[in-house]
Design a protein around this ligand. Structure first.
Ligand SMILES: [Zn+2]
Length: 247
């Protein structure tokens, strides 16, 4: 076993078997921005063997307060290109696939097919609902989260087995109802922390941790300003348009 993972392999609930599971896992991360930066870094550091990610944007200087996969020399570069370079520097022993595109209804299904887990690191509700809906249709577990200012939240979905993102939020908010981080602002530590929590969910899934130890039927709300971390129980909606028919 690679010495790189020695500190986690000696943990009784990981061991060589758990590390083999991580090295054999395929995870897709939707977005390489603030959330994606910490999700991808920690999945790579932990040795998730096959990591795919996508983004259509290029790096701009206003990204750099939070998108730590990218640095000053990367301004103007494609984010997927810069992300790939950083991840290869962190852990060159893994298989990475970078897709320079936006997650859409047309390409999303093909992107998630064959994955063991999907992590939504997008910055908009449209993509979050789409990731949720396609993951339910393809029966692929996922974690969906979001951040703004000092606040974040996340939940995980095992299709047909627990509440989904749409059970909780129903539909994309009307334009103007929910403002985005570009309007309200965001501090990098919020994206960094919530991204780490989301990566933890993916790792726990691969390690077959019990649902009670995960954010299944629960949403974790974090407030970095007041230090309130609240785990809220969420319930499946029997008439959810995404998951009510999913068994
Ligand atoms: Zn649902």
């Amino acid at each position: 076993m690679d010495q790189r993972y020695q500190r986690q392999v000696i943990m009784p609930d990981i061991g060589e078997q758990g590390q083999e599971a991580l090295l054999g896992a395929k995870v897709l991360v939707v977005g390489t921005g603030g959330l994606g930066s910490s999700i991808l870094s920690y999945l790579a550091a932990a040795g998730v063997g096959h990591i795919e990610f996508l983004d259509e944007d290029t790096v701009s200087v206003s990204n750099l307060n939070r998108q730590i996969l990218h640095g000053n020399p990367d301004i103007g570069k494609k984010k997927v290109e810069s992300a790939l370079e950083t991840l290869n520097r962190l852990n060159p022993t893994l298989h990475y696939e970078a897709h320079e595109l936006r997650f859409t209804r047309e390409n999303g299904r093909e992107l998630i097919k064959g994955m063991d887990y999907v992590v939504d690191a997008s910055d908009n509700f449209e993509t979050k609902f789409l990731v949720n809906d396609l993951c339910i249709e393809e029966k692929i577990p996922c974690t969906i989260g979001g951040v703004v200012r000092w606040d974040g939240q996340l939940l995980s979905v095992i299709p047909g087995k627990c509440a989904c993102y749409r059970c909780v939020f129903t539909d994309i908010p009307e334009p103007g109802v929910m403002k985005s981080p570009s309007e309200l602002g965001i501090i990098g530590v919020s994206a960094g922390l919530v991204g780490i929590l989301m990566a933890t969910e993916a790792i726990k899934h691969v390690l077959l941790f019990p649902n009670d130890d995960r954010l299944i039927n629960h949403m974790l709300m974090v407030d970095l300003r007041s230090w309130n971390f609240t785990k809220v129980e969420v319930k499946r909606n029997p008439s959810c348009t995404a998951c009510s028919a999913c068994k």
